[in-house]
Ligand binder design. Sequence first.
Ligand SMILES: O=C(O)/C=C/C(=O)CC(=O)CC(=O)O
Ligand SMILES: [Ca+2]
Ligand SMILES: [Mg+2]
Length: 310
Amino acid sequence: MLVQDKVQMLLPIAIGDYTDFFSSMYHARNCGIMFRGPENAINPNWFHLPIAYHGRASSIVISGTDIIRPRGQGHPSGNSPPYFGPSRKLDFELEMAAVVGPGNELGKPIDVNEAADHIFGVVLMNDWSARDIQAWEYVPLGPFLGKSFGTTISPWIVTLDALEPFSCEAPKQEPPSLPYLAEKTSRNYDINLEVSIRPAGQGDSHVVTKSNFKHLYWTITQQLAHHTINGCNLRPGDLLGTGTISGPEPDSLGCLLELSWNGTKSVTLGGTSRKFLEDGDEVIFSGFCKGNGYIVGFGSCSGKILPSLP
Ligand SMILES: O=C(O)/C=C/C(=O)CC(=O)CC(=O)O
Ligand SMILES: [Ca+2]
Ligand SMILES: [Mg+2]
């Protein structure tokens, strides 16, 4: 046995492909209210299929790896042209991710009721997001450079077997999903999640949100079944992010975009405050399940923001 602090953690898998879903209704609704207003907050398709984008596997890094503030084109306001420079709206996204194994052959979808047999386990994941870059580039094809500069995961994979004692009923889906997504039993897991930020030079980190995996509307088994329904093959080590896991309460929102309501209010951090991340901030995710006399821990998923290139 080795003391955790004395070893260097590495990525637990070789990640061939990475997909990121958008499966918390609270997160989808909040983003929609901010970007489209309350009447059209959630697009009609959202309630019929687990929405996702194809992410970038090459920039997935292990917890503890620094993240360089990305540069890019920022969203013009009014009639002004777009600007180029360091992101002014750098954010974290509190997520978990399923690690695929064994996966399927090309052309042979995985049945939703057998999907759990193709998920080896789960990790914590931070889908770092540059909101100004993302807002300008994402129509009509989805996120691109606003998210591909870095994604952090925790160092060990907690198997679904280890999570079984913490399984709980998933939210009721209304309208009912199409038959290929209808599960005989639809399960989530009760996993406590927490995000804290340690500003540069401070010893203490400050908790900014607490959420729970059980808030996901689309389950990870529905995500996997949907991903393969067109015949797409998933391979061992592929990573399926859940999407930002926001809960219903104001202190359970999974990103600063929501917590600061797109920079219109401040989030307190001890003696200071944030709307988006500043250079030197260390963002630390933790996750655990509390059993009877024991804990299943996910370790931490952390990263510090370094200044952008000149
Ligand atoms: O509702 C929209 O138009 C946009 C939503 C987002 O951009 C949220 C997002 O970043 C997706 C994610 O959680 O990864
Ligand atoms: Ca995401
Ligand atoms: Mg990312």
